[in-house]
Design a protein around this ligand. Structure first.
Ligand SMILES: [Zn+2]
Length: 288
């Protein structure tokens, strides 16, 4: 079976901006819409020359792009879709520079599109459950200056990964107990089992009601059955490989967006490549 969403299929599905707008309307409103003005359920029809649809009873307009990443953009919808297609096609991600080349837009435009599309890949609202591994990782803002980077320049990312499941990564201000506890309370259900190293910030987890197992890296404990944090370590290696291989370096301002993208790719690692485009695009229904 064809495991790819080919460029030919893409072109057939989205021959023009109208087809893209229709897709967005479907995703955000569904097939039939209850008119917010007259209350009648009907199929809205496309208003010629505008990115709007009108109620067939009272003429009330709805705007599928409103509040979405495509709102107020002078870039054609089809080019946006193609950018999502390119970002969905690779496992490791592509850079804004590559988008610039592929789309034939300015770097500024490519960079803006790139960041907007990554918003569709953020895992906001994911609450993890079951067996969850947690860990912190340190990133230097500019890996090209790795040798001179001082410790205080390091940026901290806190990772939470469900075994066999999803991942959430947060750029945090510190790895102190208050910051990490807050992320854990927000991100992991209270009936979960948590695996971590012996970092002091995790010491209170049992008191907070979690079943908590620790792994002591310093005494070379052999990985006995379940006591490991292999999954969250895999997430770190994906992120670090991505940053050095694709992006070279990361401005701290954008670190959250980078780790969101990698957490998203990790969470959806079992999704077949041909479904990735639709998976990313479908998030416009929930991400404003
Ligand atoms: Zn109406």
């Amino acid at each position: 079976m064809e495991n790819k969403f080919s460029i030919k299929q893409f072109n057939q599905r989205f021959p023009d901006d109208a087809a893209c707008l229709e897709e967005i309307k479907q995703l955000r409103f569904g097939d039939t819409i209850v008119c917010p003005h007259c209350g009648k359920e009907n199929k809205f029809y496309r208003v010629t020359g505008r990115s709007a649809y009108a109620c067939s009873f009272c003429g009330h307009h709805i705007y599928p792009l409103k509040g979405s990443i495509f709102d107020h953009s002078s870039t054609e919808l089809r080019l946006w879709f193609y950018a999502i297609y390119l970002m969905a096609q690779t496992r490791a991600g592509i850079s804004a520079k590559q988008l610039e080349r592929e789309l034939g837009v300015t770097y500024k435009t490519a960079w803006r599109m790139f960041n907007h599309i990554r918003q569709l890949m953020s895992g906001d609202g994911n609450i993890l459950t079951g067996e969850v591994e947690v860990d912190e990782a340190y990133f230097h803002p500019d890996t090209t200056k790795r040798t001179t980077a001082k410790a205080h320049n390091s940026q901290i990312v806190f990772g939470m990964v469900e075994r066999n499941g999803r991942a959430v990564a947060k750029h945090v201000k510190s790895s102190g107990v208050r910051v990490l506890s807050k992320e854990i309370r927000k991100g992991i259900t209270s009936d979960a089992t948590i695996y971590s190293d012996t970092h002091g910030s995790y010491r209170h987890l049992t008191r907070a009601g979690y079943v908590h197992f620790t792994i002591n890296h310093s005494i070379q404990e052999y990985v006995s059955d379940d006591r490991h944090t292999q999954n969250v370590e895999n997430l770190w290696s994906n992120i670090k490989r991505g940053i050095t291989g694709v992006y070279r370096h990361v401005d701290p301002k954008y670190l959250q967006a980078y780790v969101d993208e990698y957490a998203f790719r990790y969470s959806n690692r079992k999704v077949q490549p041909k479904y990735m485009f639709d998976l990313i695009l479908s998030n416009i229904a929930t991400h404003q």
